[in-house]
Design a protein around this ligand. Structure first.
Ligand SMILES: Cc1cc2nc3c(=O)[nH]c(=O)nc-3n(C[C@H](O)[C@H](O)[C@H](O)COP(=O)(O)OP(=O)(O)OC[C@H]3O[C@@H](n4cnc5c(N)ncnc54)[C@H](O)[C@@H]3O)c2cc1C
Length: 471
């Protein structure tokens, strides 16, 4: 392979025409119709642009592009939903494959399987599977891409019942660095399939995912309930008890935030600090009251939008809280218990928060996710019971951006001693280096490196949380 030049400007017009001739999907340059959408990513803090975008329409297109990138040493990025926090889908001055034209999706309700194209967003899959009262484990912001979420592991309200998203992945079709289109599952290319289950975009371009589906909803009970920050100690302690004792059908996330000016928030609370629980109960309706009793027992909420509603609504009701293009800076850690020291640190960090749109909180994991072996897929982290986040968001022209970023970093420093020492690969920011990636995979790292060497010895797939092959 030619060494990666990281700059497409070195290619001749003939070489680019040659790529154009080899693919059916459109090849876009800056200024072309569709360019702005193709290069738009969720985190506006990432100022990075490719020189060229290909929107493949088939696995053959992808194979041609991979071959071209390899032959000419072009940096290759792969964009699913464009929601990666570190903006890894954009190959700076290279070629980004924008998979948005490969959004085909079929559901087989008898076999309880969904075949999902790599351009699908979470909402595509949730909507199609819910038509049959089925679902797989996906995240809670419906515009996120299925591909990036799955390849990093994948978590959501159903993780406690059904594990990581990759625990529900049955098969992938994948174009590897040699340009081959392969099918990988537990029997075929089992090592590659193991690596793809959490190892990110390091091993090839996935052109089809097959997910196992479960009966879910279509009506679940959920939404949000919040109390004044003055009750923070009591609410955090209650959260610990609730999440230690709750059945797998109940998932509760805890968020300390400034109440947003939304219609369901009483005006006098806008901008004030609150403690919110985001709730999803997807189990037997007859057992619901019992499961929710400890939350209701807290009494006197200042916001309450808990209700029966479609699972698809549960999966999208927070969409507007994470608008595309704003500047986001997050730091996250996995934790395995909520000690008094951690709860006090979380309280103190948020008490000092001056950022109007920042959050400190926990996503609840546990349940079935903890019951698989650590080496069941590259994803690991089977001891994670919560993902803890110190998350900041502001506009591009924010004059206090440096101070805001520092608040995130200081808060992170205060909660880090309570971490398992690892964090979700999909929540890592651009300034987290190889050590963080390596730590995240823990005991699975060496095996990942060996598989990387087999399938991508020249590290063609490096615009990601990179696993470098040995020299
Ligand atoms: C607002 C928000 C909410 C989130 N909520 C959740 C959540 O509930 N649960 C959860 O698990 N995660 C969540 N995440 C994290 C999310 O999983 C990651 O940001 C993920 O990378 C997004 O996937 P994407 O396809 O949108 O990203 P992209 O930026 O398009 O892609 C990210 C990376 O994935 C790889 N990739 C993408 N497509 C392919 C492909 N076809 N083949 C090979 N590699 C590919 C590439 O390496 C690429 O750099 C959230 C993120 C955000 C911003």
């Amino acid at each position: 392979m030619t060494a990666i030049t990281n700059d497409i400007a070195n290619l001749t017009a003939e070489q680019l025409e040659e790529l154009d001739a080899r693919v059916d999907g459109p090849l876009l340059r800056a200024g072309d119709e569709g360019w702005d959408d193709a290069v738009l990513i969720w985190n506006g803090i990432v100022a990075r642009f490719p020189a060229l975008v290909l929107q493949p329409t088939s696995a053959d297109d992808v194979a041609a592009a991979v071959g071209f990138a390899r032959e000419h040493g072009v940096l290759l990025g792969i964009k699913g939903g464009g929601h990666n926090i570190a903006g890894t889908s954009i190959a700076e001055r290279g070629l980004t494959l924008d998979m948005s034209r490969m959004r085909e999706l079929t559901v087989d309700p008898e076999a309880r399987l969904a075949q999902v194209g790599p351009g699908c967003l979470l909402k595509d899959v949730d909507r199609a599977t819910q038509e049959h009262g089925l679902a797989t484990v996906l995240g809670f912001i419906s515009e996120v891409g299925v591909a990036g979420l799955t390849l990093g592991g994948g978590l959501g309200y159903l993780s406690r019942r059904f594990g990581w998203t990759v625990d529900n992945l049955e098969e992938v079709e994948i174009v590897t660095a040699d340009g081959e289109i392969r099918v990988a599952n537990r029997e075929q290319h089992a090592d590659l399939f193991w690596a793809v289950r959490g190892g990110g975009g390091n091993f090839g371009v996935v052109t089809r995912f097959t997910f196992r589906l479960h009966e879910v909803g279509p009506i679940v009970y959920g939404g949000l309930i919040a109390w004044p920050f003055e009750r923070v100690d009591e609410i955090l302690r209650a959260y610990r008890t609730i999440t230690t004792e709750s059945p797998a059908e109940l998932t509760v996330w805890m968020v300390l935030l400034h109440a947003p000016p939304l219609p369901f928030v009483p005006e006098e609370w806008h901008g004030r600090k609150i403690c919110a629980m985001v709730v999803c109960y997807s189990g037997d309706p007859d057992k619901m009251d019992e499961a929710l009793a400890p939350i209701r027992a807290l009494g006197a909420p200042v916001v309450e939008v808990l209700q029966e509603w479609p699972y698809t609504q549960q999966q999208s009701f927070l969409d507007e809280s994470e608008p595309k293009g704003a500047h986001y800076y997050w730091k996250t850690e996995y934790v395995s218990e909520l000690s008094d020291g951690l709860l006090a640190a979380v309280r103190d960090v948020f008490a000092e928060c001056q950022i109007p749109e920042a959050q400190v909180g926990f996503l609840q994991l546990g349940g079935v996710l903890n019951q698989h072996a650590e080496d069941d897929g590259a994803v690991g982290n089977r001891d994670a019971r919560y993902a803890l986040g110190v998350n900041g968001m502001w506009e591009a022209d924010e004059p206090n951006a440096d101070a805001f970023r520092q608040w995130v970093r200081d808060g992170w420093a205060r909660v880090r001693p309570f971490s398992t020492g690892r964090t979700y690969i999909n929540f890592q920011t651009a300034d987290e280096g190889e050590e963080r990636v390596r730590a995240t995979y823990g005991a699975n790292w060496d095996r990942l490196v060996r598989i990387k060497k087999t399938y991508d010895p020249d590290n063609l797939f490096r615009a990601n949380r990179n696993i470098q092959p040995p020299a």
